[in-house]
Design a protein around this ligand. Sequence first.
Ligand SMILES: [Zn+2]
Length: 329
Amino acid sequence: MSYKSLPKVELHLHLEGGAPPAFIRGLAAEKHIDISGIFDERGGYAYRDFDHFLKVYEAACTTLTGPEEFRRLTLAVLEQSAENGVVYSETFLSPDFCGGGDVAAWRDYLAAIEDAAAEAERTMGITLRGIITCIRHFGPEQAKTAALCAAETKGDFIVGFGMAGAELMGRPGDFRYSFDMAREAGLRITCHAGEWGGPDMVADTIRDLNPERIGHGINAAKDLALVDLIAEREIVLEVCPGSNVFLNAVPSWKAHPIKLLRDRGVKVTVSTDDPPFFNTTMTAEYDMLSRTFGWEEEELGMLTQTALDAAFCDAETKARIAKLLEPAP
Ligand SMILES: [Zn+2]
């Protein structure tokens, strides 16, 4: 049984990380960039471990040289999502990789991405919104430029602010200024924590950055008092099980804490993170949850509903998407 056609909502997807390998190969050929070493013989991305994954990811991103490449990338990513039943998606966007953090340059990239999102909505029936992320390992000063780009372009499309990058660099409190700036501009807040960091990293993120959602958050499961706090505060976790298993953040699907978190009352959702890099899709995530934990249409539908409730888009958009989730009469 496959849940491919079940309508889905995805909250945690890095735009560059969604780039299909064939799309990147095509761009590299057009631009005469030799990155043949990052592909395996079957045409997928090839790497040994997490550090090597980051290198392959960076090499793939060298083909994304301007707004037009990001317009095409957005369409290629949304095509994959729509094929897997996704009707609403939020994607992380990094001004650091789109014009180096300069607000004027960022606006050009954003216009191209929004243009592609509008086309995808017309032709594929998928709605996209953007969350601007600062990159943790670039440090707190650089994060302020991402926050400024976010504050300056907040609108119907840019709805949130967050932080990605190497989780073990620095502490959440170092980035408080940027998160406060984004919050004051009216952006909703999410932050990666507890993928590689322990429960203390999740607790500090909650205390210092006060996010509504946490990216991953799975290591909170090692501290049940913290799990209860997350449940009580109704902080939503953007869980990416396929990514966690692929990168060995957890040893197996069976050992994944998503069930424990859910059983203890935490609002969990499911996303793919960087799907072609982790050999996954939203369909594969739903199918594996079903196979591993016996979750069926009812439980999977609840995950989707939780994700829509936690989406950062406006109420009108939510109401429109909610109609798409209703079972066909
Ligand atoms: Zn992520």
